[in-house]
Unconditional design. Structure first.
Length: 467
């Protein structure tokens, strides 16, 4: 199998060109053959008509003596390739020199023509007769004189036509390799020139690495198809550039988040081991270390879950449950925290809503939404959780009267480690992963999450899931 795309194009081009040339040669051969035979038939018919006129004149001069008039009329016809004969009742009355020599039209051939003429009583007609090599054509005219019926026959061989056609075949057969060779060379040059931009693209692509993903392919005024390929490749580079930037940002943010609790743990351990302290101070340091280690554990769990989600390795543990009960349980679990912050947390009642999904992940989705609302709602505020069904979908809605989200921050709130209020969120123990996990859980259940917010007036998060 040909591996080179350039040679493959050239081979297809050669095959197609050779087929076209062969079909053209057959067409030319057929048209030329018909044209030459038609010209021969026209000439033979004209010769037969002329001979009939000469025979009529000679009969008039010879006072109806056929035995003298027929040879005289035939001798007056000077033809180079045809055989002229006059027949009566299937018997040759007179024949020209070529007929007498038995070349294209022998006595047997004339007898056959006479039999055909009697079987087809037409005024005149054309016949195709076999001969030794290529056959012959005959023109037959009927002539009546003094109550006697004669046949005027002009027979021409197809040898000259065959010679002309053989010459055409030789030209086509010997010319075809030369033309196909020229076509192959031209096809190879055209393919090379057409595919040259691919080489430029490959060379440019080899120079693109992870450190210069902002580079784009330039192919100038290449063909539309190659321009489309370059545009698609440039779009791929843009997506890769965004992915690399997001990955770098993710690593930097994760390192930053891990560094803070590790620094606290390291500092507390150093202080505790520096010199002897009272037991109460040791307990206090251990409590701080325990809190930070729990925080680290939550962060690592979140990162691990998101990494598995990106790799497509998370499998949902699907079971049946009532979604309204799940929302109510999540609200009850956060009531104490809401009360400590003097925030009213209300869970609107709902009828039973059966659902099939991963109950643990969906519980985390609702808890993350409520926890996010608690972080950004000041004391005296209100948070409302509700569940609605709309046809084949259900909607989980969490509304708060918190600080809201600015128009600049709204497109980014589902990005990992993004915080609309960085200092406040970090102080309260947030990592900026809660809403990213909400988005992933919703999408893993073939759903979506949306937000509507106005600064200083609150936010509403709506999760839509197919039932």
């Amino acid at each position: 199998m040909i591996r080179s795309f350039r040679l493959r194009i050239t081979a297809w081009y050669l095959g197609f060109f050779a087929l076209l040339f062969a079909l053209f040669g057959l067409y030319v051969y057929g048209v030329l053959s018909k044209a030459l035979e038609s010209r021969l038939d026209t000439r033979l018919d004209a010769e037969a008509a002329t001979e009939a006129g000469l025979f009529a004149d000679e009969l008039g001069e010879m006072q109806g003596d056929v035995s003298k008039a027929a040879p005289e009329a035939v001798s007056e016809m000077h033809v180079r390739e045809s055989a002229i004969a006059i027949l009566e009742g299937g018997r040759v009355v007179a024949a020209g020199d070529r007929a007498s020599a038995g070349n294209a039209a022998s006595a047997a051939v004339f007898a056959e023509i006479a039999a055909l003429a009697q079987a087809h009583p037409a005024a005149e007609f054309l016949l195709t007769l076999p001969s030794d090599r290529h056959g012959a054509h005959a023109a037959v005219r009927r002539f009546n004189a003094a109550g006697r019926n004669f046949l005027i026959i002009s027979v021409g061989p197809l040898d000259s036509i065959a010679a002309d056609l053989d010459l055409v075949c030789d030209v086509l057969l010997f010319g075809m390799p030369f033309l196909v060779g020229l076509a192959g060379l031209g096809g190879y040059l055209v393919a090379t020139r057409s595919l040259a931009p691919l080489g430029w693209m490959a060379e440019q692509a080899r120079r693109i690495t992870g450190s210069n993903l902002e580079t784009r392919l330039e192919i100038g005024d290449a063909a539309e198809e190659l321009a489309l390929l370059a545009a698609s490749f440039n779009e791929l580079l843009s997506r890769l550039d965004q992915s690399f930037a997001a990955m770098k940002r993710f690593v930097a943010d994760a390192s930053h988040e891990l560094r803070t609790p590790l620094a606290v743990i390291h500092g507390e351990a150093d202080v505790s081991l520096a010199h002897d302290r009272p037991v109460a101070e040791y307990k206090q340091s251990l409590a701080i270390i325990l809190d930070e280690s729990r925080r680290l554990s939550r962060l690592v769990d979140d990162l691990l879950n998101l990494a598995r989600a990106d790799a497509g390795r998370v499998r949902l543990q699907v079971d049946e449950f009532y979604f309204n009960d799940l929302v109510a349980e999540c609200c009850r679990s956060l009531q104490a925290l809401a009360a400590a912050r003097r925030i009213e947390l209300a869970c609107l009642p709902s009828a039973d809503v059966p659902f099939r999904g991963d109950q643990a992940l969906l519980r985390r989705l609702v808890v993350n939404l409520l926890d996010n609302a608690l972080r950004y709602t000041p004391a005296g505020g209100r948070i409302t959780a509700s569940l609605e069904t709309r046809g084949a979908e259900l909607q989980v809605r969490v509304e708060d009267t918190g600080i809201g989200i600015s128009a600049e921050a709204a497109p980014h709130i589902f990005e990992r480690f993004y915080r609309a209020d960085k200092a406040r969120s970090r102080a309260e123990g947030g990592f900026g992963l809660g809403l990213s996990i909400v988005k992933w859980i919703a999408e893993s259940h073939r759903g979506a999450v949306a937000v509507s917010s106005r600064p200083e007036q609150g936010s509403t998060f709506t999760v839509t899931l197919p039932r």
